[in-house]
Design a protein around this ligand. Structure first.
Ligand SMILES: Cc1cc2nc3c(=O)[nH]c(=O)nc-3n(C[C@H](O)[C@H](O)[C@H](O)COP(=O)(O)OP(=O)(O)OC[C@H]3O[C@@H](n4cnc5c(N)ncnc54)[C@H](O)[C@@H]3O)c2cc1C
Length: 311
């Protein structure tokens, strides 16, 4: 891995300190880049394995999921600025502006801003005890509340809600229900037969699964202190709940790219060429937000679609 050369004043700025941001920074050093690398992350912790949050939800310690050992950033001389958000990009002036008003100039910029959990607008979604899972802080909050909960309801029938149901049901036997809007969990991704096996597995773990219930039309009821007390399905059926975990997909953090005027693709991602270069040759995009040419079809796709399209 290359060492930083103080004489090399070229500065790479990376917005987003998740898996994509980290890998870009590390790959630059591995590819003998000796200039300055600044990563700006609005999370307060060094990059961790986000994919494990749902797999270790009930018992895992998020602080142990780091993607690199402590000291790695110093060794690689990567300046990770934690707890800062990039508010805007001035492409003519080649600077990014942070939400605290300060600016950082760049020679090349990488956007790796990922996504956030889609927050459903159902009445009561803002009650205490209704959670969405995307960050280490979310995992810790859900884990702590699950310890005290008597009735846990997982809303959604996709990847994350299935993993959340499986994980919580094994730890909190008989306390977990799942509400999904298809015939079987994950039907849209894997089809009926595989989904039916998953349904059996959830039930074997002690979860009660409510199928064909439109998750967008349910609502949450609360008590006078604003704590969730139940999930009301669209047919009026009420499930007791003191913890609700909603898995309703993600929304891409592409506002920055859009407001900077970069080309976007119809799939919602930031358009890139095969070198992950956006419509501005000084700006690159990677990770969840990037829409890059598929080597199968030549059309631009996002990684999420590529993974789920594999046989
Ligand atoms: C619970 C869970 C389980 C998952 N399981 C799997 C799995 O099994 N397999 C799989 O392939 N994928 C899985 N995923 C998806 C996987 O985590 C993502 O594909 C991956 O994290 C994308 O990496 P990224 O770096 O593009 O984005 P992220 O990991 O989302 O990182 C982006 C970072 O940028 C930050 N950021 C955003 N905007 C700004 C800004 N303006 N300024 C500064 N920082 C900003 C964000 O806060 C975040 O820290 C899972 C996701 C979750 C939430």
């Amino acid at each position: 891995m290359a060492k930083r050369d103080p004489a090399n004043k070229t500065r790479m700025v990376i917005v987003g300190g998740g898996a994509a941001g980290l890998n870009c920074a590390e790959t630059l050093r591995q590819s003998n880049f000796t200039g300055e690398i600044t990563v700006i992350s609005n999370e307060k912790v060094l990059p961790y394995d986000r994919t494990l949050l749902s797999k270790v939800l009930a018992t895992g310690d998020a602080s142990k999921l780091s993607l690199r050992e402590s000291g790695f950033m110093d060794t690689a001389d990567i300046d990770y600025q934690l707890g800062y958000s990039v508010a805007s990009i001035d492409r003519d002036g080649k600077t990014v502006k942070l939400s605290d008003g300060s600016s950082i100039p760049y020679d090349k910029l990488l956007l790796a801003t990922g996504g956030r959990a889609r927050v459903t607008k159902n009445p009561g979604s803002d009650l205490k005890g209704v959670h969405f899972l995307r960050t280490a802080a979310d995992q810790t909050a859900i884990k702590e509340q699950a310890k005290k909960a008597n009735n846990i309801v997982v809303v959604g029938g996709g990847f994350i809600s299935s993993e959340v149901t499986a994980n919580l049901a094994k730890t909190y036997k008989g306390k977990v229900s799942m509400v999904c809007d298809t015939n079987v969990p994950m039907e849209r991704i894997f089809g009926y037969d595989v989904g039916a096996m998953l349904l059996t597995e959830h039930e074997r773990n002690g979860a009660k699964v409510y199928i064909n219930r439109d998750v967008m039309n349910i609502k949450y009821s609360g008590d006078k202190d604003g704590n969730v007390t139940s999930v009301v399905l669209e047919n009026g059926y009420e499930l007791k709940a003191d913890l609700v975990v909603v898995g309703a997909g993600i929304e891409l953090n592409t506002e920055l790219a859009k407001s900077a005027g970069l080309d976007m693709d119809p799939n919602g991602g930031v358009h890139t060429n095969p070198f992950m270069q956006t419509s501005d040759s000084n700006v690159f995009a990677a990770g969840d937000i990037a829409s890059f040419p598929s080597w199968h079809t030549g059309s631009n796709i996002r990684i999420e679609h590529w993974i789920t399209a594999q046989d």
